[in-house]
Design a protein around this ligand. Sequence first.
Ligand SMILES: Nc1ncnc2c1ncn2[C@@H]1O[C@H](COP(=O)(O)OP(=O)(O)OP(=O)(O)O)[C@@H](O)[C@H]1O
Ligand SMILES: [Mg+2]
Length: 250
Amino acid sequence: MLELKHISKRFGQSKQFAVQDVSFSIPEHEVFALVGESGSGKSTLAEFIVGLQQPTEGSIFWRGAPIQLQAHLQRHEQSRQVQIVFQNPDRSLNPYWKIKDIIAEPLILNKWTKLASQRKVEELLERVRLPHELLERLPTECSGGQKQRIAIARALALEPELLIADEITSALDPITERDILSLLSELKRDHNMSFLFITHRLETIRGFADAIAVMKNGMLLEMGATEDVLQHPANAYTKSLIEACYDDYA
Ligand SMILES: Nc1ncnc2c1ncn2[C@@H]1O[C@H](COP(=O)(O)OP(=O)(O)OP(=O)(O)O)[C@@H](O)[C@H]1O
Ligand SMILES: [Mg+2]
């Protein structure tokens, strides 16, 4: 459903590529994990997909149609179908708004009536397994894990087909992280969603991601079915990532 072809990016006058000749595709109903150390270009790729930035070279296709060249209406429809959740909920949730208004914002912008949006917000809250009493609170009155669930609920409001999760569990403790991953698996199973799951921690994706792509210095080093890559890494860098993650557990 999503296809990136030979994407490269140079920022400003920089001679170095932040992203260099990256190609991959995400089939329907798949969790595709993008793994790599800080600065490897993961978020930059995510920003291309949602149109926050333009690549210097290459093209991105959503259901066969190029993403940058869309007419306004189609672009609008594309941006509904692909949503993104970022690492830091404090930067993405307005601290002065109640949770019910934060989750309802995309609905109101899409001209939903007040009653319909209220009902939808309640359904979304249930879907991300948050208690009803949170609706009247401000983000500062919620935990980190709750705030990420709120960001996910808002991203789900318009029923996207692909959710990009950019390091959404990196700031959470392992138990909360596991709960959020199980929530995403549930969304995949019950709502046929696909995910681009970005992380620098390899250990989070085992049993969750169908496929994995490993990035370093803007380049894609290795890609394949998750278990194949984890069991038989072809690239020395992937091997070192795997070893580092087991060292952490030892
Ligand atoms: N707006 C920008 N202007 C100039 N350089 C940028 C810009 N955004 C990103 N970069 C550079 O592009 C490279 C890739 O950054 P990116 O944020 O995509 O990495 P990342 O893999 O998401 O890292 P992290 O795991 O820390 O989030 C980095 O060298 C970064 O400094
Ligand atoms: Mg990033």
